[in-house]
Design a protein around this ligand. Sequence first.
Ligand SMILES: C[S@@+](CC[C@H](N)C(=O)[O-])C[C@H]1O[C@@H](n2cnc3c(N)ncnc32)[C@H](O)[C@@H]1O
Length: 286
Amino acid sequence: MADETVQDEGANAQQAKYWNEVAGPKWVALSDSINGQIEPLGRVAIERAQIEVGHRVLDVGCGCGHSSIDLAERVGAQGRVEGLDLSEPMLAEARTRSAGMDNLSFAAADVQSHALDRAGYDRIFSRFGVMFFADPQAAFANLRSALRPTGRMTFVCWQEIAKNPWMAVPGAAAAKHVEMPPSPEPHAPGPFAFADAERTQGILEAAGFERVEVESLKQPLTIGRGLSDAQLVDFSLQMGPAGAAMREADEAQRSRLRASVAEAIEPYKADGGLVMDSAAWVFSAF
Ligand SMILES: C[S@@+](CC[C@H](N)C(=O)[O-])C[C@H]1O[C@@H](n2cnc3c(N)ncnc32)[C@H](O)[C@@H]1O
């Protein structure tokens, strides 16, 4: 797979810009904390993917490579894992993290349109990396064509924001102090694009998958384990609607926003971080 430039053109140009310039550097800086939060959900999804030694696996929207490294350990030396992502800073972090692993490679690509090896993969996997496509049906049709006939695609994505207080609570606290950017359309590309499981199943079927299974995962997550109190506030201010509010706010609003988020997260302090409920879906498509 050759690297391609995904920053300036194509259907997902806006997402490419966001993940290269705004979110990517943030994810790299907070990589360990973010991974600590979502790793338990990723691990369930990897179990459901039924990875075997020798498999060739595609990790979609692989980000900083945490799940790709886990997958590469599972497929062993006879297998191969390829991570694709739009974000150069996150791919650079993934390459650094996996230095010395011979069965793992990363490339820059928009998965919606990238020419993938036809029937080339035993498994396609994604940990929260498939919700950002401008045209999800086209993207999943592209991925479907890359699966071997005996293959399966497994991904984990978020249920609605109201069931994910780790994002909703700081967002609501921020909304008290600044005019929030207009809410995106409910199914617009973004973390909650696939919250409606029935709609998501319909997209997968329209993309050519014959059988779709979905499982609900509801469990508390520890956010920012090991961070100081001040860092926990900073961390909460980086994510989702609170992060968008911070970008729009002036200096005076920022300090009010900080105080408001600090107060809102206080009751959740436990387990060396913030313990908050979460709800995600694990989809498997054949
Ligand atoms: C929420 S992050 C998840 C990253 C990683 N899978 C993890 O669990 O840490 C979403 C990732 O999807 C990537 N992404 C978004 N749209 C994409 C596309 N069209 N093609 C490839 N990657 C994409 C982003 O750059 C980002 O790294």
